[in-house]
Design a protein around this ligand. Structure first.
Ligand code: ATP
Length: 332
């Protein structure tokens, strides 16, 4: 890595270059295998992106490249307009990174660990005490400040690592499996903390296998499969464009229901019952409105017509099945 010289002013960026993270054609090779195959994407300011994918998909490798801890074979990563390879120090001052496997300075107290990280991230000395107290308080470590890191439980070590990652109030926070080892209450607190950090203007990328938790706070989902990004969308948009399970409820039974549904474009898997029917619908909002109109015009007494709740996990598993069917899936 080169020394950080001639740092460009982020305000010099051209119109449209608003991404906090811009990744272009990123290729990363381990000695024995390629782990990233020309990955490209942008991360919008203020978003919380859930980075998901099966074991070995390349999530950790990608995170480490974003954090300038690995040198890719080709391609580029820019954070706030700064190339991470050319300006690693400036990037690290803007970024917090919690690695999936991390070390702590076991002989130092929690306070000293936080102080060390604050200093390493250029927090001015007069501000460090307040920064330590704020970070410790946010992670429920205020009563542990004088305890040595080596004597903390696994979950408390995880909390300390998150506290270290946010001590300098970065504008971008990368978290690789942040909830690992946390008890249920601490996981809920972590979800709240991530939303609070977002509300303060931070942009977050969170890798995790616990989709139910990611759903609590993520604005975007990025799916990796075999070293490629196979999906990257706003979560609402993703659910809208996918085949969506729908439910129609009738005021009273009507013979025409099943026939109208089975004859309509975009409808499959119709299962009628005494109160109405469930079916799968593929189409946008206008197509959905058209289907409702068809039912009403056929005299079907529609009392309710709505998507059945689909979790992030449902969408993820559906996409994964599709990607496996396509080989490695779509390009990045
Ligand atoms: P997980 O969900 O299991 O943490 P991941 O999506 O984070 O997986 P990576 O750890 O980035 O995946 O690994 C991507 C690919 O690179 C895998 O095929 C893995 O075996 C390979 N890989 C990772 N680290 C090394 C290494 N040090 N040397 C060689 N290959 C590696």
């Amino acid at each position: 890595m080169s020394l950080d010289t001639a740092v460009p002013d982020p305000s010099d960026r051209g119109a449209g270059e608003t991404a906090v993270v811009a990744v272009r054609d990123l290729v990363y090779d381990y000695p024995t295998a390629r782990a990233l195959f020309g990955v490209s994407f942008d991360i919008a300011p203020g978003s919380i992106t859930a980075l998901v994918g099966p074991n070995g998909a390349g999530k950790t490798t990608l995170m480490r490249c974003l954090a300038a801890l690995e040198t890719p074979y080709s391609g580029s990563v820019a954070v706030d307009g700064l190339d991470v390879e050319e300006h690693p120090r400036q990037v690290h001052e803007r970024m917090g990174f919690l690695q999936d496997f991390f070390g702590l300075y076991d002989d130092l107290t929690v306070r000293r660990c936080l102080d060390y990280h604050a200093a390493a991230r250029s927090v001015p000395a007069p501000e460090r005490r307040a920064a330590i107290e704020r970070s410790a308080q946010r992670l429920g470590l205020s009563d542990r400040l004088d305890q040595r890191a080596g004597t903390l439980s696994r979950g408390l070590r995880q909390r300390l690592a998150v506290a270290q990652a946010i001590i300098h109030r970065p504008s971008l926070l990368l978290l690789d499996e942040p909830a690992s080892g946390l008890d249920p209450e601490a996981r809920q607190d972590l979800s709240r903390l991530l939303l609070a950090l977002q509300a303060e203007g931070m942009t977050l990328v969170v890798s995790s296998h616990i989709l139910a938790e990611l759903e609590d706070y993520s604005t975007h989902m990025m799916i990796m499969h075999q070293g490629r990004i196979t999906e990257h969308s706003a979560i609402g948009k993703m659910a809208e464009t996918a085949a969506t399970p729908m439910r129609v409820v009738l005021a009273e039974p009507h013979d025409a229901l099943q026939g109208v549904l089975e004859g309509a474009a975009g409808v499959s898997a119709v299962a009628a019952d005494g109160r109405g029917a469930s079916f799968v619908f593929t189409g946008d909002d206008a197509a959905r409105a058209g289907l409702l109109r068809q039912l009403v015009e056929a005299g079907v007494p529609v009392a309710a017509f709505h998507p059945e709740q689909r979790s992030m996990q449902d969408v993820y598993l559906e996409r994964l099945q599709r990607d496996r069917g396509n080989g490695a899936g779509g390009g990045s």
